[in-house]
Write a protein that binds this ligand. Structure first.
Ligand code: NAD
Ligand code: DAU
Length: 362
């Protein structure tokens, strides 16, 4: 297959490209990525000279470019998105532009160019929070924040093109991914790298929110299966089946690093913070998929990866990152900007409803 991967310089997309090149020796890949703050060509250094791989710098919302790039591809796998909930609460515009409008542009290209297949990568967040049980693909959407609302908008547009035009489109909705090359704003790499720098780990609310963790390679295997074996017009949930409270996760990370629990700092909760995500994955299981990696072993491997790739994440934790960090967490001080050795926190981050998020809870 000749596959157009959009957003391939990000976390899951770069892992997916590597997965395809290794598993499918006859596939070729075009990676189209806008290289936002989250896009990083270093994630693909090891494959950039592979003759079956090509990179194009561009925006999925650029209809003219998509019409130049997409003719002749057998499939599009759309990973391109603004992906961080906290950033969407600070500023939602780019989320609507990429996650909704960009998806529409790709759908129009699939229609006009008669591209045989498009897999749209979505998220369990579109269902919203669930106290007990697990969401099925037929459940209604109930997103809680601008990120998940934008992803729900993209999903609904994909489904509308299936319903009205029978376009060959499929959706995957996965739970929280973790693994190598994840931008250090997301909780696992943020907490690992903060702990490595002896910086506080800002745990939202009471730390009891639950996420279902999925190792990124397992998600790549599931997406690949859907790409080849899925049925047009269908949605596939992809869950790790490993529910962990944030506090427990944080303690595990600290234990793996041999760092003290005094680094945990409870901070003001994320607005609209979903309590728990859980997915019913019967449908993807019926295609033959199971997560291959046990959570504890995969987490340990991930922690070691960040320990061994300090240059990679230190380069990202600079400049724009600290501007965002200060805005989100209200951290003051040049030590953090320089790479972070100080544990002095406090201030007026605007990220969580205007209240200072990095003050200790009583
Ligand atoms: P990421 O933020 O690491 O990467 C996103 C990539 O998309 C970046 O390389 C960025 O440069 C690129 N991009 C952004 N806007 C673009 C545009 N307009 N045109 C072209 N490229 C653009 O995100 P991720 O964590 O790898 O997530 C990938 C996809 O998976 C997203 O659609 C996300 O919603 C979904 N998802 C992520 C998770 C998770 O836990 N990370 C879970 C479920 C679903
Ligand atoms: O569920 C799938 C989603 O998982 C994806 O669609 C998103 O793209 C991805 O970012 C992720 O969203 P979350 O909001 O669940 O991930 P995040 O890593 O931001 O947060 C995970 C949990 O950790 C959540 O309950 C909030 C909490 N958290 C997060 C950060 C960044 C903290 O307590 N402190 C933090 O500083």
């Amino acid at each position: 297959m000749k596959i157009l991967v959009t957003g391939g310089a990000g976390f899951i997309g770069s892992n997916f490209i590597r997965y395809l090149l290794e598993r499918h020796p006859h596939d070729s890949i075009i990676n189209l990525d806008k290289l936002t703050y989250a896009g990083n060509l270093e994630n693909l250094r090891d494959v950039e000279s592979n003759p079956r791989y090509a990179f194009i710098h561009g925006d999925i919302a650029d209809a003219k470019l998509i019409r130049e790039v997409a003719p002749g591809v057998d499939a599009i796998a759309n990973f391109a998105a603004e992906s961080h909930v906290d950033r969407s609460i600070l500023d939602a515009g780019s989320f609507i532009q990429t996650d909704v409008y960009g998806t529409f542009v790709l759908l129009e290209a699939v229609r006009e160019l008669r591209i045989p297949r498009m897999v749209h990568i979505s998220t369990d967040e579109v269902y919203g929070s669930i106290e007990t049980g697990a969401f099925r693909e037929i459940d209604p959407l109930n997103p809680s924040n601008p990120y998940s609302a934008s992803k729900a908008g993209g999903d609904l547009m994909v489904l509308a093109y299936w319903k009205t035009r029978r376009l060959p489109v499929l959706i995957t909705r996965s739970s929280n991914n973790f693994g190598p090359f994840q931008y250090p704003e997301k909780v696992i790499p943020l907490f690992i790298t903060n702990a490595l720098s002896d910086l506080p780990l800002p745990l939202y609310g009471d730390g009891r929110n639950v996420r279902d963790w999925l190792y990124v390679q397992d998600n790549c295997a599931a997406i690949d299966l859907v790409l080849r074996m899925g049925q047009d017009g269908e949605i596939y949930n992809i869950g790790g089946g490993t529910e962990v409270e944030n506090l427990e996760l944080t303690r595990e990370i600290l234990a793996l690093l041999g760092k003290p629990e005094s680094l945990i700092q409870f901070v003001t909760d994320r607005p609209g913070h979903d309590r728990r995500y859980a997915l019913d994955c019967e449908k993807i299981r019926a295609l033959g998929w199971r997560p291959a990696r046990a959570f504890d072993a995969a987490l340990e491997e991930t922690v070691r990866w960040y320990q061994e790739h300090e240059t990679w994440w230190r380069r990202l934790k600079s400049g724009e990152f600290w501007d965002y960090y200060r805005r989100q967490y209200g951290v003051k001080g040049e030590a953090e900007r320089a790479g972070g050795l100080s544990t002095q926190v406090g201030g007026q981050g605007e990220g969580v409803g205007g209240t200072p998020p990095l003050t200790k809870r009583p």
